[in-house]
Every structure is written in structure tokens, then in C-alpha cells.
Design a binder for this molecule. Structure first.
Ligand code: FAD
Length: 433
């Protein structure tokens, strides 16, 4: 049984590790040169918040300690208003639980090294998929030496949001796709270490909520921060001169300016990335070709769940192979049946969280809501659990999270209404007296 995985990013490399444990022969085909020796593309460093779902997958292949050695735990959000003091908001009721800032590149390298070392796995870099016959498992790759044709019993597309495997399945008329582009782009900026120390608290994910725009910053092991500025796509072009850029940041992000000496250079030279949600139907064809991770269902990054969700895909696909006695023909449809509603749920929650991060986190009403929510979690442990807690600190399926949170809100709404009813009755009784 020969398995080809297209894309040696986070999903593909992790998947290779899982499949190797099943004794399968796996080849990873990656369009880029080996990232462990090549230079990272400018402005595309991206540090990820990895939480329980991602850690659960890493634990299963014994890689969690190695990855966590370089992780920086963030126990809450630090809100930066335009004026006034910073506001720290813990993610969990106990204040102890943390999401972890990890460099995407470093995580990818660790997974690639683990995959390359696994028995039965080989990696072909500088192999870009350009053609696919999904029924026959035949692939053509463009390589520096010219085109190469190969076949495999199973082809898994783990080649990201702009998946070439998906594009080929689309051209074969096998899948339908819908890509909802967000009208926001993103640009990376940086805050270097100041006198060898972190310039901001490294124990928090920093947010500058500004309504129409938003910036976040996550810490790195070298004591720098990577900032990501989200802004309506066309707005980035409005700032073209160094003085214009500095003025804009002085007015909107005044505390950033003294911490970011490379701001103008970063702004002028780092690319603007696009964001969107990918919906694909179906994810598999002929019981031998399938899409996994972002290739099947990329989401916007506002819940910090894209990679976590992709890792959960890998765990579920492995479970489906267990449950079908290793039959790919039965495992691939089962995988899709089990995962689809969950990936749709997190896609919705990620979009909703953008509004929360961009608009709501700074408001006193939001702060009060969070305090009440954490109070309820402490009062009713295990009975009332916040959405954030369920998404980030558990492996409760995403669709179940949505349903449970809806029920909790209905229950609370009913409680509030009942409370108001009692108060109204009491007030009326008093009046009559
Ligand atoms: P990718 O990482 O895109 O990897 C795909 C791989 O396939 C790449 O190596 C690519 O070179 C290769 N490839 C592409 N085309 C071909 C081809 N034709 N032939 C061969 N190889 C090919 N997720 C989180 O969990 N937490 C976060 O905090 C978070 N923050 C994010 C912030 C930003 C700004 C962005 C953009 C994303 C963020 N994500 C986050 C999402 C996360 O990065 C993705 O979900 C994750 O990288 C998906 O992994 P993947 O392997 O499926 O796809």
C-alpha cells in the first residue's frame, strides 16, 4: 500500500508520522525546498496559538515535549486601548489555562524531522503537483529536473488553502468549492527584544482592537513579538510614505511606535496576506483520494484553530482507519462524515470571534460578561463551561461545543427572564400594599 501525501506543511508532515505507525509506505511531496535549510519568506513567519486539540495530536506521536520546550504560554488577552491602561483578561475561570505561542516554521520543521525519521516515509522536496488523475492515483509533479509522473494507491491532498489537489478534483468535476474571501488582509510587523528582554508581557496574547482594524502580537522564544495587523484589504495601500505610516500608528497604536523600530520597513516591504473560509464538497473521491486540513476547509485565523483543527483531522482519519480495519475505501467517507459538521462549526465560530476581537473586547459590557461567565464556571463547575474553554482547552467536537453553548445561553436567558419575572411580581405586590 503506497500512500502519497501532497504538501509537507503541518498537516502533511503530521499525517505522515501517523501513517508510518500503521506500517504504510508514505511519500510526502512538497513544492518548496526543504524549509529546514531554506530561508523563510519575508513577512510570512506566523506564530500560532496551539491549544489542546493540537497538543493532543502531538502527544499521540510523542512529540509534545519537544514542541512545547519552545512554546510560550499565554494565559489571557492583554487589551491595548488607544489611551488608558492595559487590561488583562484571563482565558479561563481559574486563570491558569494557557494557549501556546509556537512558530509555525519551527513546528513544521519538528514534524518534518519526525516524519523523515519514521520508517517507511520519504520526502521529495521541490515537487509541485500540477496534474492528477484521482481515479487512477496518477500524479504529475513539476521539479527542477522537469516533470515527473508517479502513481500511488492513496493520494491525500494536504497542500493548504490554495490546494492544487482540490483544484484538480474541481477540474475533474468531482468536487464543488466555495471560497468566502474576507474583505480583510493581514500584514506582519515586529517588535524586537528591548535590551535583551520582552518589550511586552510574554504571558499574554496582545490585542489592539480598533473597530475597523485590529492588531495582535504573540511572543517568540528570542524575546521578540510578531504582530499581525488586520485591515480592510485596500486600506494598506493608503499608507505609502514613512511619515504617513508613522502618523497613522502614532494616532491609532501609540504604544506600539516606540517598541517597533522597524515599523516603516516592515510595513513597506512585508506582503499583504489574504484570508478566507474554504468550503469543499465532497472531500474524497473513489475511496482513494482525499483532502485534509486547510486543503479541505481553511478557516480565518481569529480563534487560533486552523492548525489545531487540521491536527484533529489527522487524529480522526487515523481513528477511521482503525474503525474500518485499515480500509481506505471505507475510512475516507467515514472521515468526511465525522468531521464535516465540526469543521463547519469552527469556521462559523472563527468568523464570529473576529467581531469579538475587533469590536467587543475593549467594551465594559464585554468585560462584565466575561466576569459573569467565569463566575458561573466557578459556581457550576462542569455544568457551565464557556465557549472559549471548550474550544481551546478541550477536545469536545466543535459542533457539540456550538450546541452546548446554545443550550447554556438558552438556560441563562430563561434564568434571567425568570429572575426578571420574580422581581416584577415582587415590585407589583409591594405597590399594591
Ligand atoms: P499549509 O500550512 O498551507 O501547508 C500546505 C503545504 O503544501 C505547504 O508546505 C505548501 O508549500 C505545500 N503545497 C502547496 N501546494 C503544493 C503543490 N501544488 N504541490 C506540493 N506541495 C504543495 N492556526 C492555529 O491553529 N492557531 C493560530 O494561532 C493560527 N494563526 C494563524 C495566523 C495567520 C495569519 C494565518 C494565515 C493562519 C493561522 N493559522 C492558525 C492557521 C494555520 O496556519 C493553518 O491552518 C495550517 O498551516 C494548515 O496546515 P496545512 O498543512 O493544512 O496547510
Amino acid at each position: 500500500m503506497r500512500v502519497a501525501i501532497v504538501g509537507a506543511g503541518l498537516t502533511g508532515s503530521l499525517l505522515a508520522c501517523f501513517l508510518a505507525r500503521r506500517g504504510l509506505t508514505v511519500t510526502l511531496y512538497e513544492r518548496r525546498p526543504d524549509p529546514r535549510v531554506a530561508q523563510v519568506e519575508r513577512g510570512r513567519s506566523i506564530n500560532l496559538a496551539i491549544s489542546e486539540r493540537g497538543l493532543d495530536a502531538l502527544r499521540r506521536i510523542g512529540l509534545v515535549d519537544e514542541v512545547m520546550a519552545d512554546a510560550l504560554p499565554m494565559k489571557g488577552r492583554m487589551i491595548h486601548p488607544v489611551t488608558g491602561p492595559l487590561d488583562f483578561q484571563a482565558y479561563s475561570a481559574s486563570g491558569d489555562r494557557a494557549i501556546n505561542s509556537i512558530s509555525r516554521g519551527a513546528l513544521n520543521n519538528a514534524l518534518l524531522t519526525a516524519a523523515s525519521a519514521a520508517e517507511g516515509v520519504s520526502v521529495e522536496f521541490e515537487h509541485r503537483l500540477v496534474e492528477l488523475d484521482s481515479a487512477a492515483g496518477r500524479m504529475v509533479f513539476a521539479t527542477p529536473a522537469g516533470k515527473v509522473s508517479v502513481t500511488a494507491d492513496v493520494v491525500l491532498g494536504a497542500d493548504g488553502a490554495g490546494s492544487a489537489v482540490r483544484e484538480q478534483l474541481l477540474a475533474e468535476g468531482i468536487v464543488a468549492e466555495n471560497v468566502d474571501f474576507l474583505d480583510y488582509g493581514y500584514k506582519e510587523l515586529s517588535i524586537p527584544a528591548a535590551s535583551g528582554e520582552f518589550a511586552l508581557d510574554p504571558g499574554a496574547l496582545h490585542i489592539w482592537p480598533r473597530g475597523t482594524s485590529m492588531m495582535i502580537a504573540l511572543p517568540n522564544p528570542d524575546k521578540s513579538f510578531t504582530c499581525t495587523l488586520f485591515w480592510p484589504a485596500g486600506s494598506f495601500d493608503a499608507l505609502t510614505s514613512p511619515s504617513g505610516i508613522e502618523d497613522h500608528f502614532r494616532i491609532n497604536y501609540p504604544d506600539l511606535l516606540p517598541l517597533a523600530p522597524n515599523l516603516v520597513d516592515d510595513y513597506l516591504n512585508n506582503p499583504v496576506g489574504v484570508l478566507g473560509t474554504v468550503h469543499t464538497l465532497p472531500w474524497q473521491a473513489h475511496g482513494r483520494t482525499a483532502l485534509v486540513g486547510d486543503a479541505a476547509h481553511a478557516i480565518v485565523p481569529f480563534y487560533g484553530q486552523g492548525a489545531n483543527c487540521a491536527f484533529e483531522d489527522v487524529v480522526e482519519l487515523d481513528r477511521c482507519l482503525d474503525d474500518t480495519g485499515g480500509s481506505w475505501a471505507r475510512a475516507l467517507p467515514l472521515f468526511e462524515a465525522r468531521r464535516r459538521e465540526n469543521t463547519e462549526a469552527i469556521a462559523e465560530m472563527a468568523l464570529a470571534n473576529f467581531v469579538e476581537m475587533r469590536d467587543k473586547v475593549a467594551s465594559p459590557v464585554f468585560r462584565l460578561q466575561k466576569r459573569v461567565e467565569h463566575g458561573l464556571e466557578r459556581l457550576l463547575p462542569g455544568t457551565y463551561v464557556s465557549r472559549y474553554e471548550l474550544v481551546s482547552f478541550s477536545t469536545t467536537p466543535y459542533a457539540e461545543v456550538q450546541q452546548r453553548v446554545r443550550r447554556q445561553h438558552q438556560f441563562l436567558g430563561a434564568g434571567v427572564l425568570a429572575g426578571l419575572g420574580i422581581l416584577t411580581t415582587l415590585a407589583r405586590t409591594r405597590k399594591r400594599r
